[in-house]
Design a protein around this ligand. Sequence first.
Ligand SMILES: [Zn+2]
Length: 479
Amino acid sequence: MLNFRLLCSLGAAALLSSFALPPTTPPRYDLVINHVTLIDVVSGQLRPNQVVAVTQGKIVRVGPAGQGSYPAKQQLDGTGRYLMPGLWDMHVHFRGGDTLIAANKKSLALYLAHGITTVRDAGGDMTPSIFQWRREEAAGTLAGPRIFTSGPKIDGPGATWPGSLEVETPAQVSKALDSLQHLKVDYVKIYDSKISGAAYLSTITQAEQRGMKTTGHMPYSVTLGEAIARGLDATEHLYYVFKACSSKEDSLTALVQASLKTTKPLGLFALLPAVYDTYSPATATRIFQQMAAHHTAAVPTLAIGTTLASLATNDHAHDTLRAYIDPKIQRTYTRRLASARQQSPTAQAFTKKLEVKFMTLIPQMQAAGVTILAGSDSGPFNSFTYPGASLQEELLLLVQAGLTPAQALRAATINGAQFMGVAARTGTIAVGKDADLLLLSANPLANIANVKKIDAVVSRGKAYSASALAALLRSIKNR
Ligand SMILES: [Zn+2]
């Protein structure tokens, strides 16, 4: 009886509550993009006539566009337009000392205006500022891409880049990693200006034990295979991959090791011609398979390579983007320019030849299953490699090298998210994911250059129309 009464009252309550419900009001979204063609970067497929709704910085609805309306504070008409995840630039720098902090901060607008909603800082000397910018971005007071950072680079005693943590012994490596963990950096970046092979490998091993990711350059006294076996997560630029493609890698490495005990130690550039001449397709295939098996990603940075290879001969005086690069940063461009002009014609010709060779490695790595990450290396000192535009250029070069547009887009979206361990939260267009989006007026799968045809950028759920992006650029323009 009791049960019956309980059931009755429950039923009555349910009945009452269903009558008590107000007439269904459709939810009010922050942003709706309707009738848009979605780009699924994972499958490389298009999904026409979709609706995407955003609330509180997250994607809350993705599906076929119905006839109904979707009340929202802001609507973007997606008709004839293409929506993809915001781009990731997986290799940038914020650096140059305290006097350049404000100049570096302005580059955040450049990234966003070019559709880049996330960057990975690959080491510098303004880590506290980067964390401050991240707080301002999260609070909504600063427009810019999300930033992952390595904090200061790890290198050897007398390191080239200011602010580097200089290590020689395993104890020093441990102390350096302590300080990086204290800073709460996102990964460890190793540079190779002065670090010994032993300290380099020790850094990878100790970081691995602490569950920290490592990426880097590599001393030529070490083989890439050794670094991969220790747990290196990504190899930056293609010099180190290229050395591992030499059929004589072991003897060339021994040559470098022997030279370190002499007054004339052999560096990377001294050895590159020999590496070039002993390139072996079979050795290349083996190292690419090893990289794929150990999940060691590659960050080719083709765009800066191309720019630097023709630095001595190309005139950048009239580059339109210079108007948005702070004069203080432009002054840092002279260092690489001077060294390029000092190169002999033979050396300049070799640099160009090398860049062509590097391009041929890209489709082979892709075919072997190596994760490719699109990175520009833009930032102070990296002459005429402009934030934002250089990542677009990187995508064009990856396709020119032989990737499909879909593979190139993956290298600049989901691959970055997977690499940083946040693919559940971002990197594709799906319900629950961060609303970091790029709306294009033409299909980038048909022509990768269409990534430049930006109609709007959505960052943390906030939409920036083309005119809002133009205003953002005007705000950082040099006077
Ligand atoms: Zn770099």
